[in-house]
Write a protein of this length. Structure first.
Length: 242
């Protein structure tokens, strides 16, 4: 039996253009397409949060970094500049694939002032300050658990996962640690070691859950599959296409 699951989404993207006379499609900043894992010409579903419209089209690339979301052709009747939309792509898979699958969720302007991140990781990772080394120069704050919570919740959960215990207890422990960080002011949670995402996933908390290992794996796959760039070649913008 084949199941249809959410593959990826761009959540609350802001429509920048509405081009009625342009051939049907939705032009999306190429960087956003790569973040979400949406291929050019892939079918997408668009849900307009502003006016309630829902429609199907396909994605084309707009200039990387432009933040362009241009609804083109007949669909331009269903969206206007400034509208907030959710852009989704779906995939068919069997039950075995579905059990291990996780969608790629990209939040746009949903949390525009994210400056403080709670870190759940091993004590060794916390001592290395590897996350602080990258975040703090950007003006971002990393929060960690108090020592008692780190030992009794985070490390206890990590050891339980490593030992192959049922995930119910480590899931509860990690959630308690995450709530502790939220109470201290964290606006998102970083799952900073490979065991944490097994018991804490996107949707488990009222804030984003960031999985660096998952993002690294997706980036590695994109690099491996990317064509070798040609000297002097330039990727055309959707506006250049007849």
């Amino acid at each position: 039996m084949q199941l249809t699951l959410l593959k990826c989404k761009l959540h609350r993207a802001c429509v920048t253009h509405s081009e009625l006379e342009y051939e049907g499609s939705c032009a999306i900043d190429e960087h956003l397409l790569q973040l979400a894992g949406i291929r050019e010409y892939e079918q997408i579903q668009i849900y307009n949060v502003t006016n309630g419209e829902r429609f199907t089209t396909y994605a084309i690339c707009a200039e990387s970094g432009s933040r362009v979301i241009s609804v083109n052709g007949a669909a331009a009747h269903k969206a206007a500049p400034g509208d907030r939309v959710i852009i989704c792509a779906y995939a068919a898979m069997d039950e075995a694939e579905a059990k291990a699958f996780r969608p790629s969720l990209v939040y746009l302007d949903e949390h525009p002032t994210l400056r403080c991140f709670g870190l759940l990781a091993t004590s060794g990772t916390l001592q290395s300050r590897m996350f602080e080394a990258k975040f703090e120069p950007e003006g971002l704050t990393i929060l960690t658990c108090e020592r008692s919570v780190q030992d009794s919740r985070v490390m206890e959960a990590i050891y339980a996962v490593k030992m192959g215990e049922s995930l119910d207890r480590p899931r509860r422990l990690v959630r308690e640690a995450a709530i502790h960080l939220l109470e201290r002011g964290a606006q998102a949670i970083i799952a900073g070691c490979t065991e944490i995402p097994l018991v804490l996933r996107e949707g488990d908390l009222p804030v984003p859950v960031i999985d660096p290992t998952w993002n690294l794996a997706r980036a590695a796959v994109r690099c491996a599959l990317a064509p070798v760039p040609q000297l002097g070649a330039r990727r055309s913008c959707y506006k250049d296409r007849g």
